[in-house]
Ligand binder design. Sequence first.
Ligand code: ZN
Length: 410
Amino acid sequence: MFFRKRLYSLPLILLSFFLISGCGAIEKATTSTPTVAPTQTAKGSLLQVHFIDVGQADSVLVIAPNGQTMLVDGGNRDDGAVVVNYLKSQGVQDLTAIVATHPHEDHIGGLDTIIHSFPPKQIYMPNAISTTKTFDDFITAVNASGAQKIRAKAGVELDVLGISGQFLAPISDQYEELNNYSAVLKITFGKISFLLTGDAEDVSEAEMLKIGHDLEASVLKVGHHGSTSSTTNEFLKAVSPKYSVITVGLDNDYGHPTQVTLNKLANAGVPVYRTDQDGTIVATSDGETVEFISSRLSSTPKPVQPVPAQATDSVMISSIDLRGEVVTLMNRSDQTVNLRGWKLVSEIGNQTFIFPADTTMPGGGVLKVVSGINAHAANNVLLWTDLNIWNNQGDPGALYNAQGQLISQK
Ligand SMILES: [Zn+2]
């Protein structure tokens, strides 16, 4: 049986001028004010990239060594003032350019306010439009600002003195999903590069791979807030980032970032910075190396722990009965394993079952996790929910330990 949350289901509508379709994003706003101690406006030989904590949304400030500035996205509607204050706190006096990656609210929502306070010389945006009031307000502000409008698409070079950048996407003229119109920008500074992907999904990633762009980058802003719709294995391999940043809101309604994406990054050995955990994240580069600071002291690059061999050898998913809604786990070791904080994930719908604190499996033991209307808890049978979880058409299940490491997949 099948239960799944649709994130974006509004119809796309074809329009004119700067182009195509749009749908309203429904991502949650935040009112938190990021507080990174004013870093000196990058001077001399340093490039700064600020991933501003705007909750479940994107806003990235780039400050070039020569003081030129660029903002990629402006958060949700309520984040406009937050970003304006942040720019002021960083000593930004004007913006050279703004990139509006795509017309979803969590990317352009705050831009009208920001444009009023910091009228940019240039605005880059893809050939995509939306029928939302948020988009109307954005376009009105763009037109009123007198900024030069530049269509962002693959091959377009950034025309900002001091910031070397090229757009790698969008490649096609039309997409079914608005996220795939996302302007993907690669900024290069000496030996260091940043790949800012907006919400580009697997379709756009496949196009970038096919066209043969040099995707390799030191820092990857993980696509679409860490959703399963982005960061395919092939794309991640081609980018082979040394660091990654996920812009995401705490306890957001979308389950972002997903365990599937976190696990891909962990398996690739890529440290992850997250705005929900680390607050605003500032990457500073001299062209040779890149350093990160953030607004929360707890944030150090998360060391990536490889999956311990003994854990993978012990508990495994031995079967998933999709129709019967029964997952069977087996402990193949002769040791008792405590499953406190472990998670079972239905990958298609990204639903997660967290094992209760007192769950243990004796060596050689079997444990079932059941769901659906007829499911009941019993001895060695845990009840997940009375909803149907598993998609009968095929639905991989994954088991993660308390550290978030993938232990078994079926
Ligand atoms: Zn988004």
